[in-house]
Design a protein around this ligand. Structure first.
Ligand SMILES: NC(=O)c1ccc[n+]([C@@H]2O[C@H](COP(=O)([O-])OP(=O)(O)OC[C@H]3O[C@@H](n4cnc5c(N)ncnc54)[C@H](OP(=O)(O)O)[C@@H]3O)[C@@H](O)[C@H]2O)c1
Length: 331
């Protein structure tokens, strides 16, 4: 990279794109250089709030823009595969939103193309870069709560009438598992590793996707995880990590920087609050800084969110879907 700042492009001017664009202000060596929408007018509207030198009315134009170093793909899940391949075809590095793809077959292909073309590609699992998640990893490494026997996570909210249509539309990869349940799965995998057995079932919407999804991971060493996601009721968006010497609670929302970590030794005892550093912004600046560092080092893969991590996550989601009966056209 020959420029003092990494030149970012954003593909798709939706809700998460706005938060990410806002957080780029906290990344000192990043510039929002280009934005692209399927509608030029929408891209212009977006750039009123988040100014960029290049405003494109098509994704193809952004991908082909030689003044862009890396593209953040912020489109619905169903489009991550084709949008990422479009960027790679034009030799762009890519940070692709979660879920990386609809299934592991697509994910494998995306990774294969990036490796063949020696381009950086990472799934935007932003939680992995947040200070509280890193603190949690440190606590587990220090064996603070002994052997971990269970991970219990709920993530649910009642969809409001103005919720994005993509959440319930099978054509756009709708359903709780790929949208919010993925955080539960990611967290359980990162704490307990690949499960030996997966059980799962859903409450299906009239269009056949999961309005609620219950997942159980079983491990030969006796550990278990119970993961529940819902679009029909509010649930505490908390994670409990239970060990032989104590318990850790990640308060709502466990995947965001607003989360606090509480350590419990014995039932009835007051929780010990674990201090975590906070900064301004939504929290997407951490992953963006990491991508910048990787690009400056000429890496093709993040050492933190590796391709292997993405494939394990995607394959686990595939198994859950197969077990519970969630299918998409791309399967
Ligand atoms: N990391 C996180 O915290 C987080 C949070 C929320 C969402 N996400 C992920 O980010 C992705 C986008 O979510 P979002 O909440 O930003 O969704 P959204 O508000 O619906 O925006 C998605 C954007 O994708 C573009 N798009 C392209 N093809 C489309 C199609 N056929 N139908 C609808 N939109 C289409 C649209 O942009 P244009 O009209 O400008 O082309 C749209 O604004 C999802 O994969 C989601 O899982 C991540």
């Amino acid at each position: 990279m020959n420029h003092p700042k990494i030149r970012w492009g954003i593909m798709g001017c939706g809700r998460i794109a706005r938060k990410f664009a806002s957080d780029l202000q906290w990344v000192k060596d990043a510039e929002l250089a280009g934005v692209a929408s399927r509608s030029l007018q929408k891209a212009r509207e977006f750039s009123k709030d988040f100014p960029a030198r290049y405003i494109h009315g098509s994704y193809e134009e952004l991908a082909a823009n030689s003044e862009i170093d890396v593209i953040y793909v912020a489109t619905p899940h169903s489009h991550h595969y084709e949008n990422t391949l479009l960027c790679l075809r034009h030799n762009k590095a890519v940070l692709c939103e979660k879920p990386f793809a609809i299934n592991s077959r697509q994910a494998q292909k995306m990774i294969q193309v990036a490796r063949r073309k020696k381009l950086f590609l990472m799934e935007a699992v932003w939680t992995k870069f947040l200070p509280h998640y890193q603190k949690l990893q440190a606590l587990l490494k220090q064996n603070k709560i002994g052997d971990i026997k269970s991970v219990l996570i709920n993530f649910g909210f009642r969809l409001r009438p103005d919720a994005p249509a993509r959440l319930l539309d099978p054509a756009l990869g709708g359903g709780t598992l790929l949208d919010i349940g993925i955080y539960n799965v990611f967290m359980a995998l990162s704490i307990l590793g690949k499960p030996d057995k997966i059980e799962a079932s859903i409450a299906a919407s009239d269009k056949g996707i999961d309005e609620q999804c219950a997942v159980q991971f079983v491990y030969k060493n006796g550990a278990m995880a119970q993961l529940f996601s819902s679009f029909t009721t509010h649930l505490p968006i908390e994670a409990y990590i239970n060990g032989t010497k104590g318990n850790l609670k990640l308060t709502s929302r466990f995947y965001e920087p607003s989360c606090r970590i509480e350590l419990y030794r014995e039932p009835g005892e007051e929780a010990q609050a674990i201090p975590v550093k906070k900064e301004k912004g939504f929290g997407y600046q951490y992953e963006a800084r990491h991508v910048n560092e990787c690009l400056k080092k000429g890496l093709m893969e993040s050492p933190v969110m590796t391709h292997q991590d993405t494939l394990l996550l995607m394959k686990t989601l595939d198994t859950i879907r197969k077990t519970a009966g969630i299918a998409y056209a791309a399967d």
